[in-house]
Design a protein around this ligand. Structure first.
Ligand code: TRP
Length: 396
């Protein structure tokens, strides 16, 4: 959606300008996440929620009621495999894993390789290669195989396509335009039906229940389109709930941590970066809220809110509130220097990546690993039947 007064655009396909997150809520019609809602999350509440990186929501209470009452509930969090994964991509997956451990949630993780082929200039081979690489990163997170399903749109077409067909008839051209802007080709125009299939899949497989979609606020149009489909009550499903996040800052300090602006001034931190690279990137490129000389910094102090290293600690990497408060205080009063703060962030990020990479290296072949996370034949059949589809295979 484009806002004319303040000149920013946020859709799943374009994010530009200085984003006014509050204004976005008005435009999208989502609610601010309240203190009461945050307090309903299971303890320890993840920093992304506690510190309001997830700052907005749709129907999150319904999901929380089911989760805290031990009733069936699910989480859908996906990946568009357009390139190598960076920190901003993996953080929501670790969040979903934590919730799964806390509440036993079913977790469905769709890969929209079709979408990324429609909207980027990469070849099918490249998208396929990225899909395999990204899948290894996903597997390294360590979801519970008994409660987690991984779906790749083109590889799981036997289930995704019949559902997308059912939902495709419910999205008009004008709905597409209002939610996403111009479509790039007819594949792109069809894709919202596919993402609706992702968001409703847990319910179509296991029966009606509350589903939570924790995503970047730019993806909210997909949630809205899907909720409109669900609201028609043709398929006996709940409207999915959503938890909407602000963007993790890029190293240069604003907007979205983007994988496409890599070669330019501010590189992003990739999941494959080693310790030395992480330190180098943060020390050289992370936007600092400090003063330009040490003397000036000691005298006037820095601004943690503007500082990317602080933001990294705040959103994900420093769970301890007391330690985080102390860091902010000492940075403000000038006793903590920018270089020291960068060192703290770099150490935390590097250790996190080190553990992630170790788990990734220990994985078996992709085929072997994925087998534990695939939908069973029965589950596929169940979902297809829920939209009124019976396969040719099932008839012979
Ligand atoms: N469209 C998302 C992206 O480009 C990826 C995605 C596909 C997704 N299906 C999803 C995200 C379902 C959350 C839930 O990043």
């Amino acid at each position: 959606m484009t806002d004319n007064d303040s000149e920013f655009t946020v859709t799943p396909y374009t994010v530009s300008g200085e984003i006014d997150y509050e204004k976005l809520l008005e435009q999208f019609g989502a609610g601010r996440l309240t203190d009461e809602q945050i307090a309903r999350f299971p303890e320890p509440v993840h920093p992304l929620v506690r510190r309001r990186v997830f700052y907005a929501e749709r129907d999150v209470d319904r999901f929380l009621s089911a989760a805290t009452a031990g009733e069936r509930h699910s989480i859908v969090t996906g990946r568009g495999p357009s390139g190598a994964m960076h920190l901003g991509h993996i953080v929501p997956l670790y969040f979903a894993k934590r919730l799964q451990q806390q509440t036993n949630a079913l977790v469905y993780i769709p890969f929209s390789d079709d979408e990324k082929y429609f909207v980027t200039d990469r070849s099918l081979e490249e998208i396929g290669e990225q899909t395999r690489e990204n899948l290894r990163d996903l597997l390294a997170v360590g979801f519970d195989p008994d409660r987690t399903r991984i779906i790749v749109d083109t590889a799981d077409a036997d289930v995704i396509y019949p559902l997308a067909v059912a939902f495709g008839a419910e999205v008009t051209e004008s709905t597409f335009k209002a939610a996403y802007g111009e479509s790039q080709n007819i594949g792109h125009s069809f894709y919202p039906a596919v993402q609706a299939a992702h968001l409703l899949l847990p319910q179509l497989v296991t029966g009606r229940h509350p589903t939570l979609v924790p995503i970047g606020v730019d993806q909210d149009p997909h949630v809205r389109v899907c909720r409109d489909i669900a609201a028609k009550q043709r398929y006996d499903v709940d409207k999915p709930s959503a938890l909407l996040s602000k963007f993790l800052p890029s190293l240069e300090g604003s907007g979205k941590m983007s994988s496409s602006s890599d070669s330019e001034t501010a590189p992003t931190i990739h999941l494959s970066d080693d310790r030395e690279t992480v330190f180098e990137k943060i020390h050289t490129h992370a936007y600092s809220g400090g003063q330009s000389t040490v003397d000036e910094h000691r005298a006037r102090g820095g601004d943690p809110e503007a500082d990317v290293s602080y933001q990294l600690l705040h959103s994900f990497f420093e769970e301890d509130d007391d330690r985080l408060d102390r860091i902010a205080r000492e940075y403000r009063n000038g006793s903590l220097l920018s270089g020291e703060l960068k060192g703290m962030a770099a150490t935390a990020v590097a250790s996190f990546l080190d553990a992630h990479q170790r788990r990734r290296r220990r994985l078996n072949s992709l085929e072997t690993e994925l087998r534990r996370y695939q939908l069973t034949e029965r589950e596929r059949e169940h979902a297809r039947r829920r939209v009124g589809h019976s396969t040719f295979k099932a008839m012979i």
